[in-house]
Design a protein around this ligand. Structure first.
Ligand SMILES: C[S@@+](CC[C@H](N)C(=O)[O-])C[C@H]1O[C@@H](n2cnc3c(N)ncnc32)[C@H](O)[C@@H]1O
Length: 254
């Protein structure tokens, strides 16, 4: 079993590892219509080619200083817009890879009337392009695609390389909050703190489990003021559990 970071576009000096579609795709009449509309949307949506330029300067882009809260895989943007509404002093950034969902998120942000949020079209495996080490106060992943088949393992976000990113990006005391309908995602996140992808021992990452809940659709989340996501609502309505985990970045290296 291996897990490894996807490399769709190799890093080159001074350039990000994830880039917009080639310019010729924009003139293709058969192209995804949201490819075009995501590009012309403007704020609060940033294309891949725009997003990385704000690395280390998100306070300038948002027009205010504040803690950085980042959600990966924002989907339709309900969680993102509500997070921004409840935390007006925070800078709230969503990262979403699909063109249509970026547009839906941008519309949700506009409809919520918040000015402290942006949706960035980007790939969750290349967060270093967007954020400096220790920049984040909180990182949220809600219902990551589970990819349960072994042959799809390379697509899974919850992996050792991703937890290493979490450690690097969170400031000490910062939190990583994961909700999933797929229990192995939660178990894997805990196990990979001190195991390699093959299950062998690995150097312990500076993360501690600070909260865990077996079903946030029937009981409380392990943090105050939980925001129900679109997928979470669907699972609740079907009577299925949603698991939750909070990891806190500790100050020491082990
Ligand atoms: C199952 S949906 C969950 C949506 C939302 N978080 C919710 O709970 O309702 C997973 C989302 O992650 C996005 N996604 C998948 N892989 C991604 C990646 N590598 N980078 C950014 N977003 C990704 C998908 O496009 C999709 O919107």
């Amino acid at each position: 079993m291996t897990d490894r970071r996807p490399t769709p576009q190799p890093a080159t000096e001074g350039r990000p590892r994830f880039r917009d579609a080639p310019t010729q795709d924009y003139g293709n009449p058969d192209a995804n219509p949201y490819l075009i509309s995501h590009r012309s949307f403007g704020r609060p949506l940033l294309t891949a080619d725009e997003a990385w330029r704000w690395r280390g300067r998100w306070d300038e882009e948002l027009g205010q200083a504040g803690d950085l809260h980042v959600e990966l895989g924002s989907g339709n943007g309900f969680f993102l817009a509500e997070l921004a509404r409840r935390n007006p002093d925070a800078l709230v950034l969503g990262i979403e890879i699909r063109f249509k969902r970026c547009v839906l998120c941008a519309r949700k942000i506009q409809a919520a009337g918040v000015h402290n949020a942006r949706i960035l079209r980007y790939h969750a495996a290349f967060l270093d392009d967007l954020f400096e080490d220790g920049a984040l106060a909180a990182l949220y992943v809600n219902h990551p695609d589970p990819w349960p088949k072994e042959r799809h393992e390379k697509n899974r976000l919850i992996s050792r390389w991703f937890l290493e990113d979490v450690v690097r990006l969170l400031r000490p005391g910062g939190v990583f909050r994961l909700k999933s309908d797929h229990l192995p995602n939660i178990e894997r996140a805990v196990e990979l703190i001190d195991h390699d992808p093959e299950g062998g021992p690995a150097p312990r990452l500076p993360l501690e489990v600070t909260g865990r809940a077996e079903d946030v659709t029937r009981g409380p989340a392990p943090w105050p003021d939980d925001i129900e996501t679109n997928y979470q609502r669907k699972f609740r309505e079907r009577g299925l559990p949603v698991y939750a985990l909070e990891l806190r970045r500790t100050a020491d290296a082990g």
